[in-house]
Design a protein around this ligand. Structure first.
Ligand SMILES: NC(=O)c1ccc[n+]([C@@H]2O[C@H](COP(=O)([O-])OP(=O)(O)OC[C@H]3O[C@@H](n4cnc5c(N)ncnc54)[C@H](O)[C@@H]3O)[C@@H](O)[C@H]2O)c1
Length: 324
């Protein structure tokens, strides 16, 4: 259970791309806490300097400011590393619909550069962030690996293409790649600001500041909201997984189903606020329901998530109350 007792070979070194972002900075922290070295590569395009400053005095932490669109930067970053946890990408379905060319270069070419650098530098395990958006419009619930529908956004396409590259890099070059399809991750340090912010930190900040959040659609959409510590566990366990599991994609979620409207009222209740939300139009590229079957990750990675939604949201609310 969890990741806090996991053991890697003595002196193991991890490269975390996107380490100045939400998920990446949490991975950096977890690796440092386990006592291993971590190098963070980030161009600070959506990440924060504050997420680098947090660790700059900790033994074993180094930061490279650089862009994964540049192969040389990726090669330098992979030098001397054992494991790569590749998180760097631009998120947000609606933003990708506004700027498909940038998403192609940043998320696809950037990831291909990282895989190529990992191959040339003899990286042991290449674990990388995919997304539940690869399921597109496939109607079956829960989502199962192998049953994907038509894609609904350039963002989803970037994730599907990089999964194909991951499969190919394993087959052709023997690089052990593991694609982790995250389902709506939430928790400490997720950015609450901006037009493309994720719903939980955005609502929390607005409610705490006395503002009224707007729910896109009727609020009856459901998601498998996944607490950050479950995602850390999946990444670290993938680094310890058998080669037989490589070249595969895995759902990383809790396996629950939460409705947006219920989350809104749960947040209000936890903050002692009585306020009705505003309702706005549906967001383009969004699907109505999404929840995950996580049996493949359980079976092949030993993934056994500790945090259900209610436990995770309580921790997240407490963190935002103290840190906003
Ligand atoms: N948060 C979620 O719910 C969620 C769900 C599914 C998938 N994902 C994926 O997980 C990964 C991490 O997401 P996050 O929520 O932490 O986002 P984030 O924006 O907080 O972090 C992404 C980080 O990548 C960096 N980055 C982006 N482009 C880069 C480039 N060209 N070179 C170097 N660094 C670059 C950014 O500066 C940022 O620090 C992404 O690949 C995202 O697509 C996230």
């Amino acid at each position: 259970m969890g990741y806090k007792n996991l053991k890697f070979p003595e002196g193991s070194k991890f490269l975390v791309t996107g380490g100045a972002g939400f998920i990446g900075s949490n991975l950096c922290e977890a690796i440092l806490d386990l006592g291993y070295e971590v190098r963070c590569l980030d161009d600070l395009s959506t990440g924060k300097q504050a997420n680098v400053d947090l660790f700059k005095d900790r033994k074993g932490y180094t930061f490279i400011k650089g862009d994964i669109k540049d192969l040389e930067t990726c090669m330098k970053a992979c030098e001397g590393m054992d494991f790569v946890l590749h998180q760097a990408a631009w998120g947000s379905v609606p933003r990708s619909i506004e700027m498909p060319l940038f998403y192609d270069r940043n998320n696809i070419t950037g990831t291909l550069n990282m895989m190529e650098a990992a191959r040339q530098k003899g990286i042991k395990k290449f674990v990388y962030a995919s997304s539940s958006s690869v399921y597109g419009d496939h109607p079956v619930l829960p989502k199962v690996e192998g049953q994907e529908g038509n894609l609904l956004s350039p963002y989803a396409l970037t994730k599907r293409v990089t999964e194909e590259y991951g499969k190919l890099y394993h087959k052709l070059y023997g690089l052990d790649t593991y694609a982790l399809r995250y389902f709506n991750v939430f928790g400490r340090r997720q950015d609450p600001d901006g037009a493309y912010a994720a719903v939980i930190p955005k609502f929390l900040k607005m409610l705490i500041n006395g503002e009224t959040p707007t729910i896109n659609g009727d609020g009856k959409q459901s998601r498998d909201f996944t607490y950050i510590d479950n995602v850390i566990e999946a990444n670290l366990k993938a680094c310890l997984a058998d080669t037989e599991a490589a070249g595969n994609a895995f759902n990383i979620a809790y396996g629950g189903r939460e409705y947006l409207i219920d989350i809104y009222y749960d947040l209000c209740k936890a903050l002692n606020i009585e306020r009705e939300p505003n309702f706005g139009p549906d967001r383009p590229g969004d699907i109505k329901h999404s929840n995950a079957d996580i049996s493949k990750a359980r079976r092949l990675l030993g993934y056994d998530p500790d945090y259900d939604f209610s436990r995770g949201i309580e921790l997240a609310i407490n963190w935002y109350k103290e840190n906003l």
